[in-house]
Design a protein around this ligand. Structure first.
Ligand SMILES: *Cc1c(COP(=O)(O)O)cnc(C)c1O
Length: 391
């Protein structure tokens, strides 16, 4: 019997999702219709945020979030060393420079002590960041209360890259509520918690930031009179371009899928947590460490990252990766430290800058985790992992 490969993550689509998309195809508006607003309202309400602005990807949301916070040439943005490249690229899009904070060895999130130390050094050098972008790695919230306190002390704004963390909770509140940040960004790429095909959203409690995000999503245009320049009485101006924006709009087709998926958000996250608990129990005797969870956090478990105890394994991380793939367990690596990417190396970032992130990079593997992962597939994953690590 041959069994099909088990991916590290995948979407779950039901007939309701399909019907919701098909309904839009037969409706009046394919884009900029009513469904985008409904999707925004649903997620804002879910998170307890005042405003939500849907766009065509989390990457776009991060870009306009930086712009809305005034990031431009000469500014500095910091993010975590272990994240997807988009968390850093957004600053480069704005002409700003970027730098990386090392990770916490337990949560793999941005390390608060490292952040403080780096801020103190930067203050002396007059090079404080304008914006810091903590990333809720694997779906577990960063220590946002402490990062927010540092923001007050050192005067930076905060964008939460919550691409992994829709449906997660921190200190009893939904990630996205904005208690400790200016803007929160979610991704709806198919491997993430809920999907719209491609899509993202920016949430904020600040009315002016919300207006700015809406303009930047659509060419810098506004039809709202208070945002427009006054014009002669006899000229017809029902909209104006007041700044340089982009076409980052999401379509009603995509929004319909995202909105329909929201019906399952809590179930998806619960299923991911149940599978994670099962991994925690069944992997306990293998030469690896399972992910630790902070007591004030409920993770959405976008990823289940194990760290190989390499001294106890007669193989390299790469050999383990290849053998698992050869046996149909499609593990992945999240992530290579961003500053080791050739693009960032060419900017002059040196190997060794974030030792904890580099240690993590040599040991981490994301094993399959998604709501539709069956018990049989999970058992096969565990058995194969056991054979490969102990063989
Ligand atoms: C997926 C992801 C993004 C980008 O999301 P897109 O919607 O694909 O643009 C950004 N940051 C992190 C941490 C991600 O995992």
């Amino acid at each position: 019997m041959t069994s099909s490969p088990i991916p590290y993550g995948r979407q779950q689509i039901d007939q309701h999702d399909i019907d919701a998309v098909v309904a839009v195809l037969g409706a009046e508006f394919l884009t900029q219709g009513p469904v985008v607003g409904q999707f925004e309202q649903a997620l804002a309400t879910y998170c307890g945020a005042q405003h939500a602005i849907a766009v065509n990807s989390a990457t776009s949301a991060l870009h306009i979030a930086c712009l809305a916070l005034g990031v431009g040439p000469g500014d500095i943005v910091w993010t975590s060393a272990i994240t997807f490249v988009a968390s850093a690229n957004c600053a480069i899009y704005c002409g700003a420079s970027v730098d990386f904070v090392d990770i916490d060895p337990v949560s793999y999130n941005m390390s608060v002590p490292q952040l403080r130390e780096k801020l103190e050094t930067a203050r002396k050098a007059g090079k404080l960041p304008k914006v810091v972008i903590p990333v809720h790695m694997t779906g577990q919230s960063c220590d946002m209360q402490s990062i927010h306190q540092l923001g007050q002390e050192f005067g930076f704004k905060i964008i939460e890259d919550a691409s992994h963390a829709v449906g997660a909770r921190y200190q009893g509140k939904a990630v996205g509520c904005g208690r400790y940040s200016d803007i929160t960004v979610f991704s709806f790429h198919p491997v993430k918690i809920i999907t719209s095909g491609e899509g993202g959203m920016a949430l904020t409690n600040d009315e002016l930031l919300a207006r700015s995000l809406r303009r930047l999503r659509s060419h810098g245009l506004t039809g709202n009179a208070p945002e427009m320049d006054p014009r002669p009485e006899d000229e017809l101006w029902n909209y104006q371009q007041v700044e340089l924006g982009f076409n980052y709009r999401i379509t009603d087709i995509h929004a319909a899928l995202g909105l329909s998926q929201m019906r399952h958000l809590d179930d998806f996250v619960r299923a991911r947590n149940d599978l994670a608990r099962r991994y925690d129990e069944l992997l306990v005797n293998l030469p690896l460490s399972t992910p630790a969870q902070a007591s004030d956090s409920y993770s959405s478990y976008h990823l289940y990252v194990v760290r190989l105890s390499l001294p106890q394994i007669r193989k390299t991380q790469k050999e383990v990766f290849r053998e698992l793939h050869a046996r149909g367990i499609m593990v992945n690596l999240h992530y290579i430290p961003v500053y080791l990417q050739p693009f960032y190396q060419r900017m002059g970032f040196a190997r060794g800058q974030c030792p904890e992130a580099e240690r993590y990079f040599k040991e981490a593997l994301s094993i399959p985790l998604y709501p539709g992962l069956t018990r049989e597939a999970q058992d096969r994953t565990i058995a194969t992992l056991s054979e490969v690590l102990q063989g």
